[in-house]
Design a protein around this ligand. Structure first.
Ligand code: SF4
Ligand code: SF4
Length: 103
């Protein structure tokens, strides 16, 4: 993953010069709320994985495994589309001091 650029290093106008480079940017820092999944009640339908605009829902072999918090922006779409309503959007302040990553 690239180091964060300073504003002086950004392309003029914020133009994206390389395709598929979003993974190199830690957009999780924008988040005010994070999705917390109740895996006891998750049915692994993967609708959250399908709808997440940041490809932040992680799945392995058809099972939901966690959230990529380095890139999740906290939009809440996953919580809105989850049929059994097992995703809760929790204020980031509740996790102050915790390390970011996949959880
Ligand atoms: S809150 Fe938004 S960005 Fe984060 S996992 Fe859910 S749908 Fe994706
Ligand atoms: S939408 Fe809800 S039930 Fe379906 S995989 Fe995601 S968290 Fe689990």
């Amino acid at each position: 993953m690239k180091e964060q650029m300073t504003w002086q290093e950004l392309p003029i106008g914020g133009v994206i010069t390389e395709a598929g480079n979003s993974v190199e940017y830690v957009t999780g820092g924008w988040r005010a709320f994070r999705p917390v999944i109740d895996f006891e009640r998750c049915t692994h339908c993967l609708l959250c994985w399908l709808y997440c605009p940041d490809v932040s829902m992680q799945a392995v072999a058809g099972k939901l495994t966690g959230v990529d918090l380095l890139h999740c922006k906290g939009c809440g779409i996953c919580a809105a589309v989850c049929p059994p309503q097992v995703i809760t959007m929790v204020a980031e302040a509740e996790f102050a001091g915790e390390k970011e990553g996949v959880r």
